[in-house]
Design a protein around this ligand. Structure first.
Ligand code: AMP
Length: 200
């Protein structure tokens, strides 16, 4: 029986956390829970939630905590998340850190590790600008990118202090090939005794 891995990946927009999150989740046999993906899918499908959050996302602002935390609680309550999960993009501020802790405490759980993907600001901006051309994301315009990075620095970066105090943050250099970065993350998680599904 392997220990379930309950993971969070944090990094500025353009750090590659979405791509690495998917790879790590695959290695550990756990689902990715990405709030950005949930919101984008709802906007695309024109659901009531999508209509509610469309303008917020297009401005690069944060969706209200109560709504975001409710969506995450629902998702984490599904069967496939019982034996671990990888959160991408949530929590994104201190209020959400509190909401998540309350929810996980209630289940007698906690996060095992927080992967902090470190990428210099200039590199993030470069990657985001390139992605804007490739994927045509409406929140990848220059002005919105600047807003999202500013929110990351003021609201999201401080959540790392909380998790650092708990001793669960692994800072990973986000510069290198995709495989190199994935290997660095896996090594850090294995050093915590978290086993990959493939190695189980
Ligand atoms: P992402 O793909 O993670 O950058 O998310 C895209 C957008 O979805 C963000 O710019 C926010 O508008 C919204 N969003 C995603 N996750 C959250 C969250 N945890 N709290 C509030 N808003 C979020």
């Amino acid at each position: 029986m392997t220990r379930p891995a309950r993971l969070l990946i944090v990094g500025p927009q353009g750090s590659g956390k979405g791509t690495q999150g998917v790879r790590i989740a695959e290695e550990f046999g756990i689902p990715v829970v990405s709030t950005g993906d949930v919101f984008r899918a709802n906007v695309k499908d024109g659901t009531p939630l999508g209509l509610q959050v469309k303008a917020i996302i297009e401005a690069g602002d944060l969706v209200p905590d109560a709504l975001t935390s409710e969506i995450v609680r629902d998702r984490l309550s599904q069967d496939d998340a019982a034996s671990g999960f990888l959160l991408d993009g949530y929590p994104r501020n201190l209020g959400q850190v509190g909401d998540l802790a309350t929810f996980l405490d209630g289940r007698g759980e906690g996060l095992d590790a927080v992967i902090e993907l470190q990428v210099p600001r200039a590199e993030s901006i470069d990657r985001l600008t390139r992605r804007a051309f490739e994927q045509g994301r409406t929140d990848d315009t220059e002005e919105v990118i600047a807003n999202r990075l500013a929110i990351y620095e003021t609201e999201t970066a401080p959540i790392l202090d909380v998790y650092r105090e708990q001793g669960i943050v692994d800072a990973i250099d986000g510069i290198g090939s995709l495989d190199e970065i994935t290997d660095r993350i896996i090594a850090a998680l294995e050093a915590r005794g978290l086993a990959r599904r493939a190695a189980a």
